[in-house]
Design a binder for this molecule. Structure first.
Ligand code: NAG
Ligand code: NAG
Ligand code: NAG
Ligand code: NAG
Ligand code: NAG
Ligand code: NAG
Ligand code: NAG
Ligand code: NAG
Ligand code: NAG
Length: 446
């Protein structure tokens, strides 16, 4: 029996097939997608992957045998030469080029199993390490840090690893230039315990580490460029001696219990780009010296008790892009007009009940979350509080056309149409399979 394809199918089938091949994948159709590849199955062998490359150079590791043993004792797989590139998986190693044996200079352990054992003995054999990085390795910290290892290390990063640390333990890493401890509790009486012997630090992050005590009055780390002590339990004032950190570009002291005023000496940190003091108990005015920070792009003073008026120089700072002053006790007229506010990408001022804007200079469409001023510079009425948090933050994205933006949100974006396309795609796929099945069936029967 001859296979008779009805004329409409001649047109429909290629159309449907092309639809599936282009659109079926994107629609995540649950049916097996009929890619034009199946013909190759069985004829072409799978891509040859070969056995794992043997340990380099005639089956022997190029790594110092003592260090190879140390890596094995830690629990690291050494079936591949740790000095061969690329490093296996998550666990990265790097070696120097010494002869006859190379030495480990960098080690990164990630997502360790609990039986990994970072012993003091292993570390003594690894005293050539410059960089040690631990990510999600909640194993116990080695009790003792062998001196040669401790003093050769330049970079130490410990994120959600080693369960808990002490300030004294960390302070033994005297030659560090980079130290990052995140999500690991550190017990110590003050950051000074950790820092006072580290004279070469350039980058310091100790965050979400339950770090307690006050900020140091004497800093021994004048090369610091990046200082992040956010999300700890630091107390007391910001000492004016912080200005000795003359190369600072990032200063993040957010989410602590710091109190007192911002010292005037902050204006000496002329390289400062990003500064956050948010979520502390800081008070008093914004110091005038901040106007000297010509590279400042990001200033966050939110959720403190700062008061006084918002100084005009903030609207004249050339690099400033992000300014968050919300949830403080600022008062008076904000010093921005339509031109100067546009230079900022983000301005947040809500949560300051005595703050207002000049309605001849700024439109209410900005949705700043504060009231307009009367002629005395006082808010005319309590700020409209119906708008959601994001609505009341001024930002470039939703600045001008609020009506337009709201309309977009209400229409539900492109979810509706994409669901429709998915449904049609699935429906058409089923139809095509039915047609193909029928054709095959008619062939078999004929
Ligand atoms: C990395 O090494 C640790 C032990 O050092 C091991 O538990 C973990 O499974 C390794 N991860 C990968 C992806 O190889
Ligand atoms: C610290 O590093 C310097 C080079 O930056 C080196 O000369 C010195 O020996 C190191 N100190 C220790 C105790 O290893
Ligand atoms: C955090 O530090 C305080 C003392 O400052 C201590 O009582 C508390 O147990 C510590 N919390 C953790 C999780 O280590
Ligand atoms: C600002 O930054 C530029 C480049 O990022 C730098 O050359 C300049 O010295 C900085 N100015 C100040 C006052 O720090
Ligand atoms: C400061 O740290 C907090 C929390 O770690 C983070 O969310 C924020 O982005 C940081 N800000 C700056 C300016 O680095
Ligand atoms: C510094 O601030 C800018 C502008 O807000 C931001 O894009 C950048 O990620 C921040 N950098 C750091 C290190 O916090
Ligand atoms: C700011 O608050 C302090 C008390 O914290 C107060 O002495 C001072 O007068 C206030 N300044 C202004 C301008 O309200
Ligand atoms: C807007 O404010 C800026 C900065 O304060 C100022 O230089 C400029 O003259 C003001 N423009 C108008 C139109 O008021
Ligand atoms: C608002 O701005 C106009 C025009 O610059 C000015 O005349 C007026 O005094 C300002 N009002 C307040 C309350 O500052």
């Amino acid at each position: 029996m001859d296979l008779k394809v009805p004329p409409f199918a001649v047109i429909l089938i290629p159309l449907l097939l092309s639809h599936i091949w282009t659109g079926g994948d994107a629609a995540h159709s649950p049916s097996p997608s009929p890619k034009p590849a199946p013909a190759a199955r069985g004829t072409a062998p799978p891509v040859a992957r070969g056995p794992a490359p043997p340990v380099a150079r005639g089956g022997r590791s190029t790594l110092d045998p003592r260090q190879l043993t140390a890596l094995q004792s830690i629990g690291l797989s050494t079936t591949r030469d740790p000095c061969a590139l690329p490093s296996p998986h998550d666990n990265a190693t790097a070696c120097d080029n010494a002869a006859p044996f190379r030495h480990l200079v960098s080690l990164r352990l990630a997502n360790c199993s609990p039986d990994v054992d970072l012993s003091s003995t292993a570390l003594s054999a690894l005293s050539t390490l410059r960089s040690l990085s631990l990510l999600h390795c909640p194993i116990p910290a080695p009790r003792r840090l062998p001196t040669p290892f401790a003093s050769s290390l330049r970079s130490f990063s410990c994120v959600s690893s080693l369960r808990r640390l002490t300030g004294v333990w960390l302070s033994r890493l005297v030659n560090l230039t980079d130290l990052a401890v995140v999500d690991v509790p550190i017990s110590t009486s003050s950051p000074a315990v950790v820092l006072s012997q580290m004279h070469h630090l350039r980058s310091l992050t100790i965050s979400r580490a339950n770090l307690s005590g006050g900020l140091p009055h004497h800093w021994h780390n004048v090369d610091l460029v990046h200082l992040d002590l956010s999300s700890n339990t630091l107390k007391g004032p910001i000492p004016s001696s912080i200005s000795v950190l003359g190369y600072l570009e990032t200063l993040n002291l957010s989410s602590n219990g710091l109190a007192g005023t911002l010292p005037d000496s902050i204006g000496d940190l002329v390289f400062l780009k990003n500064a956050s003091f948010s979520q502390n108990s800081l008070s008093g005015p914004i110091p005038t010296s901040i106007s000297q920070l010509s590279n400042l792009t990001h200033l966050d003073l939110s959720s403190n008790q700062f008061n006084g008026s918002i100084p005009r120089f903030l609207s004249e700072m050339k690099e400033l892009k992000f300014l968050n002053l919300e949830n403080n006790n600022f008062q008076g007229v904000i010093p921005f007009n339509t031109t100067s506010i546009k230079k900022l990408e983000v301005l947040k001022v809500r949560g300051n009940s005595d703050l207002c804007y000049n309605h001849t200079l700024l439109s209410s469409k900005m949705k700043l979350g504060i009231a307009p001023c009367d002629k005395y510079g006082l808010p005319v009425s309590p700020p409209p509080d119906k708008s959601s948090k994001s609505d009341s933050d001024y930002s470039d994205d939703d600045g001008e056309d609020d009506d337009n933006g709201d309309a977009k949100k209400r229409s539900g974006g492109h979810h509706g149409p994409s669901k429709l396309v998915l449904g049609v795609a699935i429906g058409l796929s089923c139809l095509v399979f039915l047609v193909i099945f029928l054709i095959c069936l008619s062939r078999v029967c004929g």
